[in-house]
Every structure is written in C-alpha cells, then in structure tokens.
Design a protein around this ligand. Structure first.
Ligand SMILES: [Zn+2]
Ligand SMILES: [Zn+2]
Length: 118
C-alpha cells in the first residue's frame, strides 16, 4: 500500500495514522452512532468511498472535537498524541457539532471587535 496522505503534513500525519492503524477513530463524535461497526467508524485510509467512487483519505485532526474549531495556526502546534485519525465525513460532523455546542455555551464576543474591523 502506498497511498499518499496530504502533502506537507506527512511525518505527523503518518504518526497519527500508525497509532490509529489507518482507520477512522470516531466513536460517535460526528453524531452518527456507528452501531453497525461496533460503535466505531471503520473507514480505512485508501478504502473505496461508497458514494463518490473515490478513495477515503483520512485526516489527522484533534482527538477532541472541541479543539477542531481552533484556528489552523493553533492546530498545527498540536502533537501526534493530541490528534486522531478521522475520515472526512466524521471530521466534518464532529467539527460542526463542536462549533454548534460552543455557540450555545459561549456568550457572543464583545462589540469592540466590530469597531476594530471597520
Ligand atoms: Zn469515520
Ligand atoms: Zn463518525
């Protein structure tokens, strides 16, 4: 198997994938229960995607979905141990759920930001 991962992230990406055995590590954070596959998503890197006919490319993203909403420059400071393997569908689901939760629990930012933006 020699399916390349995302360009430019290889060493960290590879470390995460090795730990995850090149399998999505979602256990329901995306909002799907994955009951058919032992409550864990079983999508493997390089497997054929059922819908598009393309191949599934796993992402290395924060294991904690709440951290996925951080800006990219914060994300790149995370170490492999804080990351997990996600298939694109689970990553999107988990991130949007986390973003929704944060909007529900954090007060809106103060208006001063808007002044500086003008
Ligand atoms: Zn998945
Ligand atoms: Zn999932």
């Amino acid at each position: 198997m020699s399916i390349p991962g995302p360009v430019g992230e290889l060493p960290l990406w590879e470390a995460v994938m090795n730990t995850a055995a090149y399998t999505c590590q979602c256990t329901g954070q995306c909002g799907r229960s994955h009951t058919k596959t032992g409550k864990r998503c079983d999508r493997e890197h390089g497997a054929l995607a059922a819908v598009h006919g393309g191949r599934i490319l796993l992402l290395a993203a924060p294991a904690d979905p709440a951290a996925m909403t951080q800006p990219v420059h914060r994300l790149v400071t995370l170490s492999a141990s804080a990351l997990a393997a996600w298939c694109p569908a689970c990553h999107d689901g988990a991130r949007s759920r986390a973003a929704k939760q944060q909007r529900a629990t954090t007060p809106p930012p103060p208006d001063t930001d808007a002044l500086f933006a003008l």
